[in-house]
Design a protein around this ligand. Structure first.
Ligand code: FRU
Length: 424
């Protein structure tokens, strides 16, 4: 990758590498990095809608924030179609699996509120139909800006293209609930450039999404993480010694792993409002290892930068594998170098007996990890499944130096606030 000097005046950094050798250390079913089994008897948030990626309202420093005692979460959401002839199988039964698998194409941003940090009540759609410029409203981050209740929602406008955008609105509370107002004007921020981040023209399966803005606790500037793939035509990437890492004899063969090119992108704001951004080289690349490092986010703890990102079994390259779940890396400064947590990167994976039970984990600064239920087997063979589309039990992890440990399990969708803001 070419490191062109940034117009912003920063010295270009070298991306850290998640290597094939690191990934060889992934051990599924290690109890310290495995999510407890989710029971097939889980409750669902709603019979009307599926939800998946969950985005708790937070401040720019990453703290989960309630307003006037109300917790607020945003979710990617799609209608369930139990009575739609399009989703009936040959026997006339609702094909919930197909309905669920089609959800990405009709994803919309919804919000929910709660007094208890669980038992979420549906607030509704964040933006009215027609406000968002594309068909899909994909993941991002809602940021509470001030005591007036202003919120910047950063998200991904997808199909056509994939653009990181933001829309500003306001959260309004009463004794009875929460509403979101405004959210009427979507501002495009940036798209993949083809030089650092892969474009659709370079690869029809490119990923460019999931903005997560934050203020660097050390330099005080506004940055944003996002998911990308390393620029270049599909198939042109090289998996060399650096990407392979220190493998044992016999593990040098990389197969077709040049097709897996995930990276964690970063951009810096040129202004205080976060309206003008400059992309910088990726913080972390996974060329030859994995094709997706989704929803990247930070926990700042003990003066360190804990970088978390979610990934799948099916996006791993030839010769390496790991569970669906959240992976992590740690550095002493924002631009790295990053070292995989627990040696491998794996922080919280699904158990191999229920490989799709949860996904889209978000590690919060209090060590709580929220995710959604995808599907859980209902029989011993794993052929019968129950689709989730709802909040998973929250898991507690402890982060210690370069290691993490699963230490607790909480209620479904438990996302307690870390601070409360009284609106003026
Ligand atoms: C993660 C994810 C995100 C994307 C969304 C699309 O579950 O793939 O990266 O924004 O889901 O539905």
């Amino acid at each position: 990758m070419k490191n062109t000097p940034s117009k912003f005046g920063k010295t270009p950094h070298q991306p850290s590498l998640w290597t094939r050798a690191d990934a060889l250390k992934v051990r599924a079913d290690d109890p310290t990095t495995t999510q407890p089994l989710v029971s097939a008897n889980f409750p669902v948030l709603s019979d009307e809608v599926f939800i998946w990626d969950t985005m708790p309202l937070r401040d720019i420093d990453g703290n989960i924030t309630s307003v006037d005692g109300w917790s607020v979460i945003f979710t990617l959401t799609a209608d369930r179609h139990p009575n739609d002839p399009q989703y009936l199988d040959q026997n006339g039964n609702y094909d919930v699996i197909r309905d669920w698998n089609d959800r990405h194409g009709r994803a919309k941003m919804y919000y929910w509120f709660s007094r208890t940090g669980k038992d979420w009540k549906l607030g509704g759609r964040v933006m009215a139909e027609g406000v968002s410029p594309t068909v899909r409203e994909w993941a991002g981050t809602p940021i509470l800006l001030n005591e007036q209740g202003e919120v910047d929602l950063y998200y991904t406008a997808v199909t056509p293209g994939a653009t990181i955008v933001k829309v500003r609105g306001r959260v309004v509370t009463t004794e009875h609930g929460v509403s979101l107002v405004g959210f009427e004007k979507v501002k495009p921020l940036f798209e993949a450039d083809g030089k650092m981040y892969q474009t659709e023209a370079q690869n029809a399966f490119w990923g460019f999404r999931d903005p997560w803005p934050f203020r660097d606790p050390k330099d005080g500037k506004l940055y944003m993480l996002f998911e990308g793939n390393v620029a270049g035509e599909r198939g042109s990437h090289k998996v060399g010694n650096a990407e392979i890492g220190d493998v044992p004899p016999g593990y040098e063969e990389v197969g077709n792993s040049r097709f897996q090119t995930a990276c964690v992108g970063i951009a810096v704001a040129r202004d205080e409002d976060g309206d003008d951004w400059e992309m910088l080289p990726p913080l972390l690349t996974a060329v030859g290892v994995n094709d997706q490092t989704e929803r990247p986010h930070f926990v700042f703890q003990d003066g360190k930068y804990y970088l978390f990102t979610i990934s799948h079994t099916f996006t791993y390259a030839d010769g390496v594998t790991g569970p669906d779940g959240v992976y992590g890396f740690v550095a002493d400064s924002l631009f790295g170098p990053y070292v995989p947590l627990n040696g491998s990167g794996l922080v919280l994976g699904n158990p191999s007996s229920q490989p799709f039970q949860t996904y889209s984990h978000c590690v919060m600064p209090n060590g709580l990890v929220t995710s959604f239920i995808d599907s859980v087997p209902t029989d011993d063979t794993g052929t019968q499944i129950r689709i989730g589309g709802t909040e998973a039990p929250t898991v507690g992890i402890k982060i210690k130096g370069q290691q993490t440990f699963v230490v607790a399990e909480y209620d479904y969708g438990y996302i307690p606030p870390m601070l409360d803001v009284t609106l003026k």
